[in-house]
Write a protein that binds this ligand. Structure first.
Ligand code: BF8
Ligand code: SF4
Length: 630
């Protein structure tokens, strides 16, 4: 292994402690302090048994008060809260997808946004039955953008992308009435169902939770992923680095944070511009370093190799380095704390989206029409801020790992093609991967996704689970903050193959891949859905029969619950390390962990003990193998 060694969570924590010391000097607040003020949490909220959807309430359910004023029982209240939570997540992912479709509509051969992957655009157009022959690629892009936007409000029919699933899945969804219709309709119907005096039957509310989740996973998120690839290129394996040490004390540091690549792509573009680099030098810096936090970081890491400064609970740390000239954000998962925190330093906190406006920020509204000039203005602002640094506050932890990222479905199919000795021409199929699984070289796969959450020691669950899975010859595909946890630890370094069981190690060597594959941001969990759909079709199995499970051990957001619902509804058992506010209702908990299996052939497991969580996943994978006789 040479000098390769994983970075431990203890080392992450020591680095954070040192940064918090800097914070104390300037009177900065941090989530580590706020969490103490917020705990213990409200028990009613934790169990999901508080209802405040009408002004007769809030009603809280106790043994003495088993029903709200309207007569709703605890099961109705918990299920309603769960559906609202899911709808929030589905709306958020899908609105991101919508923005991408708008950007696609604004593509112009001479403009800021171009079509970088015309083949993919043509492939999706053919899939949707759109004539491509002899059409100018930009005309096609505009036509497809309109078609994609129609998916949000189509009056009839289901999401186009669900045709990618095996027929069995489509039949099941139809029979169970969970096939997703127009995206906006599913979100609206969910909010209609949860209005005062509508649904209070847990089965109906949970069924709609699956449906609105599917509108996200096979609708809005998938549009986000697919058309981002068309716009910015389909990711291919690329080398990068992860953790705070990617920031450079001698350079102007710009940190991009959020989710929508339309902004970050442009910022990266201008940060690379020789004119801007010369300007940075003029201002006393050696150059410009762009790094990222959260999913926008995943997007630009996958396509440009831009280094990842950290994940969700590390967002304050980038400012605490004292070396961040600008933290530029778009939407989602952005701490409002960044406003007051940046005021303690010289950092410019730049918000750019009308969707995410925050106090103590500079708002530079970003749109496809002004992308060029505003990205340039943002980069300039950061450069001009370099001189305002306080050298005595600058400390960047010397901590980073190498990572190979960029494993889109297309890339995975390509790299794994070299693994088996199959004589048939398997190019373009997942058959080599299936052979690895059926032969037992790989036992199965786990999709590790989701956030950090102070309820779990940050990153520990992600890293410990992955270590045990790969040691057991289970390949891991990761996205979102889970992927960044893996990268920070070193699990996306190809040398991590030495931590694998013999089978996975061999696959890593033959295919020249790390054991944990970075599949992108959270909307890119749609890539994982496409992967399992292809695996099922190529193997002749149902998705639910594949030895594959999903896991979100440190999740926190509404989006994560929406994801969980579409992953389960697609037929993949999903393991959660944090309870989704449903413990107050035995009926809802039972439905989610068991009853829905009768509808969609998969269900949730909630387990807060990490050791038990990983063992349960391995057991489930082995059960699935046994059931299909491999
Ligand atoms: O969409 S994993 S903390 S950054 S919600 Fe957010 Fe969670 Fe990170 Fe990306 Ni996903
Ligand atoms: Fe209370 Fe019913 Fe109103 Fe909810 S809908 S706040 S349970 S009266």
């Amino acid at each position: 292994m040479g000098d390769f060694k994983l970075t431990t969570v203890e080392e992450f924590e020591a680095a954070t402690e040192r940064l918090l010391e800097t914070g104390k000097k300037v009177g900065a607040d941090a989530w580590q302090y706020r969490v103490k003020n917020q705990t213990p949490h409200c028990k009613f909220g934790e169990q999901g048994i508080c209802c405040r959807i009408c002004s007769m309430g809030p009603c809280r359910i106790t043994p003495k008060a088993p029903r709200g004023i309207c007569g709703c029982d605890v099961h109705g209240i918990v299920a309603r809260n769960y559906l609202k939570f899911t709808a929030g997540g589905a709306a958020t992912h899908s609105d991101h997808g919508r923005e991408i479709c708008h950007t696609l509509y604004c593509t112009d051969p001479n403009g800021a946004y171009k079509v970088k992957d015309p083949e993919k655009l043509i492939r999706i157009a053919k899939e949707w039955g759109v004539e491509t022959e002899g059409k100018d690629i930009y005309d096609l892009a505009h036509e497809m953008a309109l078609k994609a936007l129609e998916e949000y409000g189509k009056p009839f029919g289901n999401q186009n992308f669900i045709k990618r699933t095996p027929q069995h899945t489509q039949d099941l969804w139809k029979a169970q009435e969970v096939a997703p219709r127009a995206i906006d309709r599913e979100v609206s119907s969910s909010l209609h169902m949860t209005h005062m005096g509508c649904s209070s039957k847990p089965e109906a509310l949970i069924r709609q939770s699956l449906r609105v989740g599917l509108a996200d996973g096979w609708g809005g998120s998938m549009a986000g992923t697919e058309f981002s690839d068309v716009l910015f290129g389909t990711p291919k394996p690329i080398d990068t680095e992860a953790n705070l040490g990617v920031m450079n004390a001698e350079n102007v540091n710009i940190v991009v944070h959020g989710h929508d690549p339309s902004l970050s792509e442009m910022v990266c573009e201008y940060a690379d511009d020789p004119e801007m680099i010369a300007y940075a030098k003029e201002m006393g810096a050696k150059g410009i370093t762009v790094s990222g936090v959260c999913c926008t970081s995943n997007e630009v890491a996958m396509r440009r190799g831009i280094p990842m400064a950290g994940n969700f609970l590390q967002q304050e740390n980038v400012v605490l380095t004292g070396a961040c000239e600008a933290i530029v954000v778009d939407v989602q998962c952005i701490f409002p704390a960044l406003g007051p925190l940046s005021k303690c330093f010289h950092t410019k906190f730049i918000t750019t989206s009308p969707i995410a406006q925050m106090p103590d920020s500079e708002f530079i509204q970003f749109s496809p029409e002004n992308a060029d000039e505003n990205a340039k203005a943002i980069v300039k602002l950061a450069i001009e801020n370099f001189k305002n640094r306080k050298p005595e506050l600058v400390h960047i932890p010397d901590m980073k790992q190498k990572a190979t990222v960029g494993y889109s479905l297309e890339a995975i199919v390509k790299v794994l093609d070299g693994v088996t000795n199959s004589q048939v021409d398997t190019l373009g199929t997942t058959k080599p991967l299936i052979e690895c699984i059926t032969s037992g070289v790989l036992r199965g796969a786990v999709a590790m996704v989701g956030c950090n959450n102070p309820k779990v020691r940050p990153d520990t669950a992600h890293i410990e689970l992955m270590k045990k899975l790969i040691a057991n010859d289970i390949i891991v595909v990761a996205s979102g903050c889970s992927a960044q946890a893996a990268a920070k630890a070193g699990l996306m370094d190809k040398r991590a193959k030495d931590l694998c069981g013999a089978g996975l190690k061999r696959v890593c060597e033959l295919a020249d891949i790390p054991p944990v594959l970075h599949m992108g941001s959270c909307v890119d969990i749609s890539r994982m859905m496409n992967l399992v759909a292809e695996l099922a079709k190529d193997s002749g199995l149902n998705i639910s029969q594949l030895p594959v499970v999903g896991c979100a051990p440190e999740w926190m957001s509404e989006k994560a619950v929406s994801i969980g619902n579409y992953v389960v509804a697609t037929g993949i058992d999903t393991f959660l390390g944090v309870d989704p506010y449903v413990s107050g209702s035995s009926e809802v908990a039972e439905l989610l962990t068991g009853g829905i299996r009768d509808w969609v052939e998969a269900a949730y497991t909630v387990e807060t003990d990490i050791e038990k969580l990983v063992d349960k996943m391995i057991d489930r994978i082995e059960e699935k193998r046994a059931a299909i006789g491999i």
